[in-house]
Design a protein around this ligand. Structure first.
Ligand code: 4AD
Ligand code: MG
Length: 463
């Protein structure tokens, strides 16, 4: 079907020109003057197109008067300058063909505002709402902007495996992948024998593409992965998903300072890119979700990020008068409340925290000379807290072998990872950005379940 995108039609000014549009009806209003006004949306833009349908069309009574919210149609007509204030142009229909009717008494989306919680129950239809159309276009822009940013800086886009035998974060929060018949095992009360499982050993869904990305960085220099990751942590919060997308750049010949520079450049780039790519969608979020959104994004696009060490952050938190649910002392991991306090109350903006205690970070991070901290960094944003976690990687073979033993991992599981240190080791660094947290931050949406098409969380895998 040859058609014009409504996005493009709304920009056109060649009045009298031919137009073919298709879309879903948002509203229909019948006027006494012998017309019906259809508001049509095809997802290509936030704004709808007004279509004026004269009542002398042969199928007016049977079709047009039976088109309600959710119905679909294709319209042929002429582009006309709109006399109404609401839109620059409208289309005067010369023919209209209904593609699908929609019973307004059964259609779950009505004109009235519906709560985001209710919309999660109709996740297959929510992309037809203003909010989810806007989220989807913003998500797309942030993904495209990600590829643009890294390509322009000479990074290669790398696909890392989704099924893996190694636990990158060492946290043991992995979803197992198996073809063993679990029901049969249970009936026979037998333990699983992984040597006869599909891969000949225990396998899981990946929590991060980092370890594999490191191998390619140690050959091609700069690479990045951008794919789904899976974590079986039982966190029912507004910033955790069980399946989420992560952007993970990895740079050879780089240290923690280079890593923080890249992370901050990338964030600034994405804020600017979103502002340029999605003005109408961001204006909607600014009007409806968070009145300070546009101002904040514009400010951040050109801002310097505050950089402090973990020890300095602990100092600030200990000296503050705030009361925290989780008490603060050197050695504890920063909780969301601490991250928000630092960004929202102390520094009023993004903060990059570096050099965390080694016992709260993963085995692969480079040990600092003090022997008790590692070259880690977390980038914290107001509202969402940790958006990026990264580090300089331990490139010294003896040190990383000792670390692996210390944290109780099996060195034989990481033999290939250790080979990078054995043959031509180089300093290298990288980070992971939680893509949904980025969409959350740039839209102002409160709940991470509302920025991914089909959220997976503990107890929820519908659609
Ligand atoms: O800090 P994390 O665990 O770091 C890594 O996985 C490293 N391997 C990354 C690297 O250095 N290549 O996760 C990175 C980011 C977090 O900062 C957070 O934004 C996001 O991933 N994230 C989650 N997002 C949604 N739901 C979850 N359950 C998340 N867990 C982490
Ligand atoms: Mg982290």
């Amino acid at each position: 079907m040859k058609r014009d995108l409504i996005r493009d039609v709304l920009e056109r000014r060649d009045y009298g020109g031919d137009v073919v549009v298709a879309g879903w009806v948002r509203t229909r209003r019948d006027s006494k003057g012998g017309f019906s006004f259809l508001s049509l949306n095809d997802g290509s833009s936030f704004d709808c197109l007004q279509v004026v349908v004269p009542n002398n069309l042969p199928n007016y009574e049977n079709d047009v008067l039976n088109l309600f919210i959710g119905g679909s149609a294709v319209v042929t007509g002429k582009l006309v300058e709109s006399p109404g204030a609401g839109q620059p142009v409208e289309v005067h229909a010369s023919s209209l063909r209904v593609l699908g009717f929609s019973d307004p008494n059964q259609y779950p989306l009505q004109k009235q505002r519906i709560s985001y919680e209710r919309l999660r129950e109709v996740a297959h239809l929510r992309p037809r709402t203003n909010s989810f159309g806007a989220i989807t276009r913003l998500r797309d822009a942030l993904a495209f902007g990600t590829h643009k940013f890294f390509r322009e800086r000479g990074f290669y886009y790398l696909h890392t495996p989704i099924i893996t035998a190694s636990d990158c974060e060492g946290a043991g929060q992995m979803f197992q992948v198996t073809t063993i018949d679990l029901d049969q095992l249970a009936r026979q009360a037998q333990p699983p024998i992984y040597t006869s499982d599909f891969f000949g050993k225990r396998a899981s869904l990946t929590v991060s593409g980092q370890l594999e990305a490191e191998t390619y960085a140690c050959a091609l220099g700069n690479v990045y992965t951008f794919g789904p990751t899976f974590r079986a942590e039982n966190s029912n919060t507004r910033r955790h998903l069980s399946e989420f997308w992560m952007v993970e750049p990895e740079m050879a010949f780089a240290d923690l300072g280079d890593d923080a520079d890249l992370a901050e450049d990338y964030l600034r780039f994405l804020f600017q890119f979103a502002l340029e790519s999605c003005p109408a969608d961001l204006k909607f979020f600014n009007d409806r979700v968070d009145k300070t959104l546009l101002e904040r994004l514009r400010g951040l696009a050109g801002s310097q990020f505050k950089r402090i060490t973990y020890s300095e952050a602990i100092d600030v938190l200990e000296k503050s008068k705030a009361v925290f649910e989780f008490p603060v002392e050197w050695g504890v991991d920063l909780q969301s409340e601490h991250e928000r306090y630092l960004t929202e109350e102390v520094f009023h903006g993004p903060v990059t925290v570096t050099d965390y205690p080694k016992q709260i970070k993963a085995f692969y991070m480079r040990l600092n000379d003090d022997n008790r901290t590692v070259a880690a960094m977390d980038v914290l944003l107001p509202q969402v807290g940790e958006i990026i976690g990264g580090s300089q990687r331990e490139e010294r073979l003896d040190v990383i072998e000792a670390r692996i033993a210390e944290v109780g991992l099996k060195p034989e599981d990481y033999w290939w990872y250790l080979d990078l240190r054995r043959f031509g080791t180089v300093p290298h660094a990288g980070f992971g950005l939680g893509f949904e947290r980025m969409v959350q931050f740039t839209s102002g949406m409160q709940n991470i379940r509302d920025v991914i098409p089909f959220p997976r969380t503990p107890g929820s895998v519908d659609f």
